[in-house]
Design a protein around this ligand. Structure first.
Ligand SMILES: [Zn+2]
Length: 297
């Protein structure tokens, strides 16, 4: 862990905000990179074109929409741990990935676009992709936010409320500025726990619903998307997320395909940390095939 983050975690741990978070940061990354291979991009292009041309009439809809998950965008430090390096991109690499999406014909959409497509068949653009950020690190505001604005890309920032305003994390002021610039704020619980390990019903509801109420109260906008910490969930937790009024939830294990049957278990993937991996995953105009042998590709 970079010395820069030591005081961050020291203060957070002292406040007993997220005892499991530090030791589990890498686990969250590994859970996503152990996902199945994405379908080849030829199929991706085919389905994307279909979704643009006509809304299917069946109750169940599918769409190939990669959901990228970013954690850390900032300059690298020699002292960065393996856990940090597995999740971190330099601003230069992040900018290159965003530029590549534009040049290769991809269209950045929001979770609400996916929800609208599933709910009523609202057409999606060709080669859609969703960009999301996890955990509310302040570096995301400092380095990724300006680049997103430069390209006019909306992204969803999933934050856990106990960290907001603390050193190293986004502030309420940051979140307001991001909303004003067209970004979305999603819910990532209060304390970033393993939800499936919580046995106290009131605590679980507070993590799922209490955080939503707090975000909506402070931000003055509906917060409709949820991301399970560590991608961990089960049917009981899905039921609570639905009950709380969320419209969709980002899960784990990237399959390359989203389904209206899994609106509360949308598949995501950690964004590649090199442009080589990224351009392999997102070939120009969707032509070509993603190499199945490559992890998370
Ligand atoms: Zn997280």
């Amino acid at each position: 862990m970079s010395p820069r983050y030591l005081p961050v975690f020291a203060s957070l741990l002292a406040a007993a905000f997220l005892g499991t978070y530090l030791s589990s940061l890498h686990a969250e990354a590994l859970m996503r990179t152990q996902a199945p291979a994405v379908e080849d991009v030829a199929r991706y292009a085919e389905v994307s074109t279909t979704s643009r041309a006509a809304a299917p009439s069946a109750a169940s809809r599918t769409a190939l929409i990669p959901i990228l998950v970013y954690h850390i965008v900032r300059p690298s430090y020699p002292s960065d741990s393996a856990a940090v390096r597995s999740l971190a991109l330099t601003p230069k690499v992040f900018d290159a990935e965003m530029l590549h999406l534009r040049e290769a014909g991809y269209h950045v959409v929001r979770f609400r676009d996916l929800e609208a497509y599933f709910a009523s068949g609202t057409p999606l653009p060709a080669l859609p992709v969703i960009i999301s950020f996890d955990d509310g690190w302040s570096d995301q505001y400092a380095y990724a936010f300006p680049i997103l604005k430069k390209y006019g890309y909306p992204a969803t920032f999933f934050v856990f409320t106990n960290a907001i305003g603390h050193r190293g994390f986004l502030s309420w002021t940051d979140l307001h500025a991001m909303l004003a610039a067209g970004m979305d704020i999603g819910d990532h619980t209060r304390s970033h726990p393993f939800l499936t390990s919580i046995t106290d019903a009131a605590q679980l509801w507070s993590e799922i619903d209490g955080s939503k109420l707090l975000l909506e109260q402070e931000l003055g906008v509906p917060v409709n998307e949820f991301a399970y910490p560590f991608g961990q969930y089960d049917p009981a937790i899905v039921a609570l997320v639905r009950k709380a009024g969320y419209k969709s939830a980002r899960g784990d294990f990237y399959s390359g395909s989203q389904s209206s049957d899994r609106l509360f278990g949308l598949s995501a993937m950690n964004a590649p940390t090199t442009t080589a991996r990224f351009t392999e995953l997102f070939p120009r105009n969707g032509i070509g095939a993603c190499r199945r042998a490559a992890p998370a590709c």
